[in-house]
Design a protein around this ligand. Structure first.
Ligand SMILES: Cc1cc2nc3c(=O)[nH]c(=O)nc-3n(C[C@H](O)[C@H](O)[C@H](O)COP(=O)(O)O)c2cc1C
Length: 226
């Protein structure tokens, strides 16, 4: 029986899936477990749209891709990535990105292929189930705490999914087009899209799924005081 540590170590973002939705009973089990994520004042500030309708997913993805093709870089509720990248994070981002492109034999200067690879986010990497996670705009008006809760909720979804052999990829790419996506999904005005999580059955033949970026040592991120 896998332990929590096993689940943490074994999870990695998968970017190629078989065309097979996650059965609703499994989605419910994952979401039931994730609902146990702690949140400040037990607000449970997440609102999830669990979409396995391929037509709707295609409509959402195509709309975002056509915005990208028009030269629009974002249309978002929240800014996810730093506005100004500083080290060591900048360097880690470069190392992680170049590791992926190296594995996929994509040249550093081949911008077109890189953009196509990014667009794969909006083809949901071939998966047929995506959880779109929203929160009430009032929760993030002048406060950020709820983003911590919803981030923890994201990890709960991804760890719980493993129990059912379901792989995942968290998506900040959808955060960047949150307003566009909320509109296509016809969400109520009071909700902001925070992120999505792609869920499904990995294509084990796909080279890209072998990518598991390493982590820096504890010395770089932790200070112990005894
Ligand atoms: C909040 C968040 C947003 C992310 N957004 C994307 C994304 O849009 N597309 C993507 O391919 N990966 C995305 N990732 C995956 C990260 O690149 C990945 O977690 C990181 O490189 C570590 O790799 P691992 O998840 O395989 O351990 C995101 C991860 C997080 C936590």
């Amino acid at each position: 029986m896998p332990t929590v540590i096993d689940a943490l170590n074994n999870r990695s973002s998968k970017r190629a899936y078989l065309p097979k939705p996650v059965p609703k009973e499994i989605q419910e089990k994952i979401l039931d477990a994730a609902a146990m994520t702690p949140s400040g004042a037990n607000m449970q500030p997440w609102k999830v749209l669990a979409v396995s309708n391929t037509q709707l997913l295609k409509k959402v993805g195509d709309t975002v891709i056509s915005k990208m093709d028009e030269g629009i870089t974002n249309d978002q509720f929240i800014q996810y990535y730093p506005v100004k990248w500083v080290n060591p994070y900048k360097k880690r981002r470069i190392v992680t990105g170049s590791g992926l492109y190296k594995l996929m034999e994509v040249d550093r200067k081949d911008n077109d292929t890189r953009i196509e690879m990014w667009k794969d986010n909006f083809r949901w990497f071939g998966a047929q189930t995506v959880f779109f996670v929203f929160t009430d705009k009032a929760n993030i008006d002048g406060a950020e705490g709820v983003l911590l809760d919803c981030g923890a909720y994201m990890q709960s979804i991804m760890l719980a999914a493993q129990e059912f052999g379901v792989e995942s990829c968290p998506q900040g790419s959808t955060t960047e087009f949150g307003r566009v996506i909320a509109e296509v999904l016809e969400m109520p005005e009071n909700l902001s899209l925070l992120y999505s999580v792609v869920l499904g059955y990995e294509d084990k033949e796909a080279k890209i799924n072998g990518y598991q970026p390493s982590r820096v040592s504890l010395e770089e991120t932790v200070t112990f005081i005894d």
